[in-house]
Design a protein around this ligand. Structure first.
Ligand code: UDP
Length: 420
């Protein structure tokens, strides 16, 4: 984008998903990555990007500067401690108040806010009422889909469903990250509202730059191991159990299962970590299973490159970043045949799909890839090509930037008309 003079300003709002935090632990996953990567890529393309989140510990910096044109701003909303997302709604008015105070101190008003997840959508809708801001929204997860697959529906469900519907019907634009997510919005949330499909992305320079053999050497893994990799949060809906049970069915020599992701003892992800370890032990897989913990900038790309297969056994995914990170690394994916995974993974071309929770079908798919190295290579190569063509962050940000420009070019409704 050619920009003269002052950069156009955009606020990305992600109340519970802090873009500056370590990824992979309790509740920190794809949304944090998305906001951070989109923000940084937009700043490279000429935008001034401020990313707003909630302060969740007292010792956190209030402002983290990622580059001269992109920063994370942590606003106070409720106690400065970790609060599960289902308990955050009551603190949103304070978030809005502090957002507006920040604007006053800075002497600007953001004409456009891009909100993330339903909690932030409420913030965006409130700012629209208070100051006529335009709103673009990415859901990251839809209550209407999620509540179909959980046994205990939380108290907040009614509020969430109503907020998600109102946002779809009133935001200037909604960003669906896959055609499957768009379809769910239409069939389960509302027929009204403007939806654009812009996928998530991945860092094609970070992933896919090291060979399988080199990555194994750096990680101290054997060259002849058959490595099945899971990466992600410890959350029951991620279906890690399916991956473990599938590996338990395989007969290969030198089989190894790596389960990457962090957890916190006493928190819900710590409990899922213990449950998974229990299943590993019950199946007698403890000698072939590794739990390397949270994978960060220094080693995530190495694990993807070292693996023979990356499994994404989620019960549902609106998009599923892990699948495209593995593909970018040239590693075939075996994923659940659901949601955005049906969009990113092309069966028999970049990986294989299996019904969620079906460990026998996962075992069969993994086995096909582990048994045929030429097929594994072919799937991996095609996955890399697909990601390069469709899922780079710079490509995603440029599509988002165009959308912002379109929305900003429509004259703003008069303030008095907004508040009337
Ligand atoms: N992730 C990470 N380190 C870990 C575990 C996960 O960096 O130890 C990252 C992973 O690489 C991906 C994100 O967390 O970028 C998870 O996003 P995804 O869309 O797959 O799932 P979500 O967490 O949004 O449900």
């Amino acid at each position: 984008m050619a920009i003269s003079g002052e950069r156009p300003r955009i606020a990305l709002i992600s109340v519970h998903g802090d873009p500056a935090i370590e990824i992979g632990k309790e509740e920190a996953g794809g949304q944090n990555v998305y906001v951070r990567q989109v923000g940084e890529a937009l700043s490279r393309q000429g935008w001034q990007v401020d990313m707003f989140t909630r302060r969740s510990t007292a010792d956190q910096l209030e402002i983290v500067q990622h580059n001269p044109h992109c920063r994370t701003i942590r606003l106070t909303a409720g106690p400065k401690e970790f609060i599960p997302r289902d308990d955050l709604f009551g603190y949103l008015p304070e978030f809005v108040q502090n957002f507006q105070q920040f604007q006053t101190d800075l002497g600007v008003e953001y004409p456009l806010v891009h909100t993330n997840y339903w909690l932030s959508s409420w913030v965006g809708m409130t700012l629209k009422k208070l100051q006529g801001s335009k709103q673009i929204h990415t859901y990251h997860s839809l209550g209407a889909v999620k509540y179909q697959s959980v046994s205990a529906i939380p108290m907040i469900a009614k509020t969430r469903l109503a907020t998600e519907k109102q946002c779809l019907e009133t935001a200037e634009r909604i960003v669906a990250t896959s055609p499957q997510e768009q379809e769910h919005m239409r069939s389960l949330v509302s027929q009204h509202g403007n939806i654009d499909i812009i996928p998530c992305g991945t860092d094609i320079k970070r992933f896919g730059q090291i060979s399988r053999a080199e990555a194994r050497e750096v990680l101290g893994l054997n060259q002849d191991d058959k490595i099945v990799l899971y990466v992600g949060r410890f959350d029951r809906r991620k279906g890690i159990e399916t991956a473990v049970r599938a590996v338990g069915r395989l007969q290969h020599e030198n089989l190894k299962l790596i389960i990457g992701g962090g957890s916190r003892p006493g928190q819900s992800d710590g409990m899922e970590r213990d449950r998974i370890e229990g299943i590993v032990n019950e199946l007698g897989l403890q000698d072939i299973t590794l739990f390397p913990g949270r994978l960060g900038l220094e080693n995530l790309h190495l694990y993807y490159a070292a693996a023979d297969v990356s499994v994404v056994p989620s019960h549902y995914e609106p998009f599923g970043l892990v699948a495209i990170e593995a593909m970018a690394s040239g590693t075939p994916v075996v994923a659940s045949d659901v949601g955005g995974l049906q969009f990113t993974v092309i069966p028999e071309e970049t990986g294989l799909l299996a019904p969620p929770k079906d460990d026998a079908a996962f075992a069969q798919a993994i086995d096909r890839i582990l048994s045929d190295s030429a097929y594994r290579y072919q799937l991996g190569r095609a996955g890399r090509d697909r990601v390069e063509a469709m899922f780079s962050w710079d490509g995603v940000a440029s599509q988002l930037g165009k959308l912002y420009q379109q929305v900003l070019s429509v004259p703003t409704v008069e303030r008095s008309a907004v508040s009337a």
